[in-house]
Every structure is written in structure tokens, then in C-alpha cells.
Design a protein around this ligand. Sequence first.
Ligand SMILES: *[C@@H]1O[C@H](CO)[C@@H](O)[C@H](O)[C@H]1NC(C)=O
Ligand SMILES: *[C@@H]1O[C@H](CO)[C@@H](O)[C@H](O)[C@H]1NC(C)=O
Length: 334
Amino acid sequence: MYRTSSAVLLLLLLQFLNSGVALENGLARTPPMGWMSWQRFRCITDCKLYPDECISERLFRRHADLIASEGYADAGYEYVIIDDCWLEKERDKKTNKLVEDHKRFPSGLNALADHIHNRGLKFGLYQDFGTHTCAGYPGVINNMQLDAQTFADWDVDYVKLDGCYANITDMAAGYPEFGRLLNATGRPMVYSCSWPAYQEDSGDEPDYESLKKHCNLWRNWDDIDDSLESVMQIIDYFGKNQDRIQPHGGPGHWNDPDMLLLGNYGLSYDQSKLQMAVWAVLAAPLIMSNDLAKVDSRVKAILQNRDVIAVNQDPLGIQGRRVLVKNDIEVDVT
Ligand SMILES: *[C@@H]1O[C@H](CO)[C@@H](O)[C@H](O)[C@H]1NC(C)=O
Ligand SMILES: *[C@@H]1O[C@H](CO)[C@@H](O)[C@H](O)[C@H]1NC(C)=O
């Protein structure tokens, strides 16, 4: 009796402590799962030379279909996210709105959103807080309200906001402001912030309380590359800095070590298991970036491993910690 009530009290206390700090849009209660174009397809825009790889509506339709038909959706993968290089180089002259590349997205983003939604999946889109995206397309800085509304009008469910060509000092106010504008549209959109990665790069410690309040997930550090070395560097960063990072992950607000590399060229079968296991323990977003038509069946089984995914998707959302590093052996617990 006594035990039960103190457990309930503790839970209530935790809920009380949590309210007020987290972004209360009801989204990303467990780490988001999905697929994103960047790591595998980067900024390939030549659809003549690379018809299956270029950043185009075909690529995203193809991947929405594969997520639904190849068992990924059943395993929990949900968001289909367009990364950089989807825009025309200029805004619309009359309306000043963002415009999708007409040649590569001839049906428009609403049609693509419908295609994704019709498969029971959700639609994610990339933009940048600065004057330009990292690849040089127009950013949101001077048009934040218009762009937030345009995202809502396109039926977007997830926004990744990068931080190239921006003043890092402005981010502490600017990222929360864009989040408020997304909220003001009335359309629930997961908000992924790249702001701390830029601060960390410039030697400033990120403001985790503000991140929790304004973002559903945030990129803590460097971009991942298709190699074991890159995976190990990220693991080491999260291990070494866990005292200031780990406590801030939780339902609705996640630390993000970047995409899953599985199914590409850089990781062996065993190394693929390593990334999946550590990302699961870190309560990391599980965002694949690969060509789903080319993932071999053994790697596919890792990506869809129900037990590993259950660790990652635990409703309590407690991020695991590194407890021991000895002679190149690392132990992480969740
Ligand atoms: C960045 O913004 C701050 C304050 O808004 C300003 O003082 C500073 O000069 C800006 N830096 C650059 C490089 O624009
Ligand atoms: C906007 O924010 C309020 C207050 O946090 C929240 O209750 C609401 O669900 C949010 N709406 C959307 C669409 O995100």
C-alpha cells in the first residue's frame, strides 16, 4: 500500500517536473522512426544520369512504397523525410513563397504528401534557419511565418530545420520563434532542430532547457558519414558528454546522433548490429538513410529487429548511459 502510493506520488512528481519544460505538441512520445534522403542520396539533382537516385518525387514515392511493402512500416518506421535540394533556387516572384523544384517534383508536394499519407506514413521536409540551406537553396530567415504556413499547407508532419548560412547568436531566439510559428498554423508538426550542433561547433554549450521546451528532437553534434569511424566518433561524443546530454532526452524531446547507416557501403554486418544496438540504447531517433530496394535481407532483419526496436521505443524514454570502457570494450545500459 505504502509502496504503491509513493510510486504514484513519484510519478506525479515526475509529471509535474516535466510539464512546463517539454514541447507540448503531443508528438514524438517515443523516438521518431523513419527514412531520410541525405546520407545516401545527398544532393543528386541530375535525374538524367541518376534517375533512381536523384532528389525527386520518384525517389520519395519509391521509398514510401518500400517502407509499406517491405515490412518497415510494421516495424514502426513512419516518417518519409525529404532532406536538402528539393527547392527551386528562387522563391516565387509574386507570392514570395518557397517553390519545389518543378522538374524533379512535377506533381507538387501536396500530391507527394498524399502518396505518403495513403500508405499510412507521414511526410517530413527539410529547411534551414539561415539565408540559404547548406546546399544553397533559399532559407527561412526572412520569411518564417510565410514558410511555416506553407509547410502546413503542404500537409507536412515533420520539419528538420538546419543551420547553415545563419548567425549562431540569433539561433537561441530564432529556432524557438520558428517553432511558435509552426504551432500557430494549427497543424501538428514534429520539430527537429540542428541548432545545438552549430553551437557545439563554435564552442558554446547548448541550452538544453530551451531545446526541450521548443524542439521535439535536436542534432547534438557532427553529421554522420558512411563509415565505422564516424559511428565510433559519435558514440564517443555521446559517451564522454553523457552527464550533460543524457538527462535531457525523454518523451517529446530527444537527443539525435543522426541517421542510421545500415544498408549502405560503410558498415559490415556486425558493424551494422553495433550501430543499431547503440542507437537503440541511446533512445535515438531511428531514421534510416539507404536505398531500401538494395538492403540485403540480413541487414533488413537488423533494421526490423523487434526486440532492439522495443528497447529504443520504450515508453519511459530513458536514454542509456555508457558505464564502462575498457580495452576497447564498451558497455552501455538502458
Ligand atoms: C550576429 O548577431 C549578433 C546579434 O544579433 C550581432 O551582434 C553580430 O554582429 C552578428 N554577427 C554576424 C557575423 O552577423
Ligand atoms: C501548440 O502549443 C500548445 C501549447 O503548448 C499545445 O497545447 C498545442 O497542442 C500545440 N498545437 C500544435 C498544432 O502543435
